[in-house]
Design a protein around this ligand. Structure first.
Ligand code: PLP
Length: 433
């Protein structure tokens, strides 16, 4: 069930008409539904019921404090990939002992900060990272809780840009090298070896790659335990896909069944790191048509959102459903239109030849499934103001990130003194000519 439905011909987020939000905050704007986020979390938690599982929301999917906080209230932990995300998770109220720190390139400063925070676990991805973390922990007279992220050499069967689990990807420690590195980790006094982590990619719709990756991870876990390594935790990552274009939603019970099968008898605590699954279908991007342009061969709807607001179509060739905020009059035949942004890049295109009801300038459109990897990837390219973010709950909504003003954006930059120092002379000169 979606929280975004037409009521009396008007598209609503829960009970709030999107047109009302667009009028209040302007466009483009992101709108999220609390109910959808909570529903996604409950569905996942329910499927895993009975397993010793901690669900650590992958903050990189959407780092807005209000969304992290919504999930935190339900009991979620966090999976973070930078000091900034760690600080966000803490600021949103996630307890440090429910936070795992992932990523191939954690810096010394980030490792030290996370150690000071007493997080649950570092998911270490290489030997040099392990050795650095060991040194930092020893300097602090501490032990760092570590899971080694292995690369199980499994093809996730998803888009190449969001696949992470094959041997030729930069992520994790090759499964064949893992036993030697576990032995090394075991010898390091600053490292407390806790377990194995695996994450093979994102937007997986087929469960077979999970089955393969979990089986390999579990076999390694068993082998290492038999050799006497004191492992206690298996982190099975994220990656479950969502609906963008009528795909069949992965069956969470079947996923949980695969987990149960792979981990039966392991006596391991489990961690899951879903990101997209929890927030992807909970967000939309609102945008208004600025111009309708009739080309010789194509029609364009030039909208006020652009690739700086939502880059997924350009980066991953992603398909996003586009719905008019007001339902088309009966009998209005859909026409093919290219929905494009105002940026001077041909790739600034949300959809080509999309069949939409006849549009007029000013029409409000809704770009769907934009809760994950959307606002977080935005930029101010073309000196465009980042879109605000709004969270709906029932019949209420709150701006959870306002649109900055131009002054705020411009004042991020500084003139070096050699330009500032010259400016009076320059203005004098220009005054003379
Ligand atoms: C990105 C990422 C996730 C979340 O992936 P989703 O596809 O959004 O569930 C989880 N774990 C790690 C290590 C990641 O890099």
């Amino acid at each position: 069930m979606s929280a975004f439905t037409y009521r009396d011909g008007v598209l609503c987020a829960e009970s709030v008409p999107l047109e009302e939000i667009a009028e209040a905050v302007g466009t483009p704007a992101y709108v999220y539904s609390s109910a959808e986020v909570e529903g996604a979390y409950h569905d996942f938690a329910e499927a895993l019921a009975g397993l010793p599982a901690t669900i650590c929301y992958a903050v990189k999917a959407n780092g807005n404090l209000a969304l992290i906080g919504t999930l935190g209230r339900l009991g979620a932990g966090a999976d973070v990939v930078s000091e900034g995300e760690l600080r966000r998770a803490l600021a949103a109220g996630i307890p440090a002992d429910k936070i795992v720190f992932a990523g191939v390139g954690k810096t010394a400063e980030e490792l030290a900060f996370a150690l000071d925070c007493d997080i649950l676990q570092f998911n270490v991805e290489s030997l040099p990272e392990l050795e650095l973390l060991n040194r930092i922990a020893l300097e602090k007279g501490r032990q760092a809780p570590v899971a080694l992220r292995i690369n199980p050499d499994v093809d996730a069967g998803t888009h190449a840009h969001i696949s992470t689990g094959r041997a030729d990807h930069k992520f994790g420690i090759d499964i064949d090298l893992a036993p030697a590195i576990f032995a090394r980790a075991h010898d390091l006094a600053g490292i407390s070896l806790q377990g194995i982590a695996v994450h093979i990619g994102s937007q997986l719709l087929d469960l077979a790659p999970f089955r393969a990756a979990f089986a390999r991870s579990a076999a390694l876990y068993q082998e290492l335990r038999a050799e006497g390594f004191p492992l206690r935790r298996l982190d099975l990552g994220g990656g479950l896909g969502i609906v963008y274009r009528g795909e069949e939603r992965p069956d969470l019970r079947a996923y949980a069944g695969i987990v149960r099968e792979a981990t039966a008898g392991l006596d391991a605590e489990l961690i899951f790191e879903p990101g997209r699954l929890l927030v992807g279908n909970a967000g939309v991007l609102l945008t208004r048509v600025i111009y309708l342009k009739e080309g010789a061969s194509r029609r364009y709807a030039i909208v006020d959102a652009a690739m700086n607001d939502l880059i997924r179509p350009m980066l991953y060739e992603a398909w996003h459903e586009i719905l008019p905020a007001r339902e088309a009059a009966p009998g209005a035949d859909p026409l093919p239109v290219d929905v494009v942004g105002p940026i001077c890049e041909t790739t600034d295109t949300f959809a080509r030849g999309r069949f939409l009801p006849p549009l007029a300038a000013g029409a409000l459109l809704t770009i769907c499934s934009a809760g994950a990897y959307s606002a977080v990837m935005s930029s101010s390219y073309n000196a465009r103001l980042p879109a605000p973010e709004v969270l709906v709950r029932g019949d209420r909504f709150a701006v959870v990130r306002p649109r900055p003003d131009h002054e705020a954006l411009i004042s991020q930059d500084r003139m070096p003194d050699w330009i500032e120092g010259e400016s009076p002379r320059r203005s004098m000169r220009s005054g003379v000519t």
